[in-house]
Write a protein that binds this ligand. Structure first.
Ligand code: DX5
Ligand code: ZN
Length: 220
């Protein structure tokens, strides 16, 4: 299994965002997870395409844009233009899930669908073959530093089974409350891509922290 670590910039020092993104990538991050919040779909407000474009030249790794905005379609081409590689959205945030997936792919990005803790996986029924990534939220979206919701483990197992049934290489990402202490258990449940905000940016040595995460993953 190939495991990927995706530090969430939400917990970075925004006053030094460029430096933070560079240091976390130098420390071994596989992706940069870019949380976009609109104070409408979720009760918080973060950053948009301008900031994505600003960090794009600083790193080579893919930028993994997690849209927590409603509606989503209007802003998708702007993120593609800003250099996003993966764009994920919540099914509740669009009237037409299939159309939004098509839009993301039409602008040259990989498409992901995100499941809140109470959102059923049934949204995958008719669209999973068009997806590159399934993202299981293990917290309610809106804030970094929340505790992992253990029910996400069963959901990861169910999502992993659905992905296996397609025979396609769809990434299974998990987002919220992932840390050194629980990453092995989360991997055992089927996740291959791990978002971690506070657990990485809240430490002094990003390389040591991600190294500890990888040491746990190596034993799964
Ligand atoms: C929550 C965001 C997450 C968040 C994760 O709405 O989607 O990406 O930053 O942060 P931690 O790892 O601190 O739970
Ligand atoms: Zn996120």
């Amino acid at each position: 299994m190939i495991y990927r670590i995706a530090p969430s910039i939400l917990s970075a020092d925004f006053a030094r965002l460029g430096e933070e993104v560079k240091s976390v990538v130098d420390a071994g991050a596989d992706l940069v997870h870019f949380d976009v919040m609109d104070n409408h779909y979720v009760p918080n407000l973060t950053v948009g395409p301008l900031v994505c474009a600003a960090i794009r030249p600083l790193v080579q790794v893919p930028i993994d844009v997690h849209l927590m905005v409603k509606p989503v379609d209007r802003i998708i081409p702007d993120f593609a233009e800003a250099g996003a590689n993966i764009i994920s959205f919540h099914p509740e945030a669009t009237e037409h899930v299939d159309r939004t997936i098509g839009l993301i792919r039409s602008v040259g990005c990989k498409a992901g669908l995100v499941f809140n803790p109470a959102t059923p996986l049934n949204y995958l029924d008719h669209v999973i073959d068009k997806l590159d990534l399934v993202l299981i939220m293990s917290v309610n979206p809106g804030f970094g530093g929340q505790a992992f919701i253990p029910e996400a483990l069963d959901k990861l197992r169910a999502a992993r089974a659905r992905i296996a049934a397609t025979g396609r290489n769809i990434w299974l990402e998990v987002d919220g409350g992932v840390k050194v202490e629980n990453i092995a258990e989360v991997a055992q449940a089927g996740a291959d891509t791990f978002v971690a905000g506070a657990a990485i940016f809240g430490t002094r040595d990003y390389k040591a922290t991600m190294g500890a995460m990888r040491a746990h993953l190596a034993r799964v």
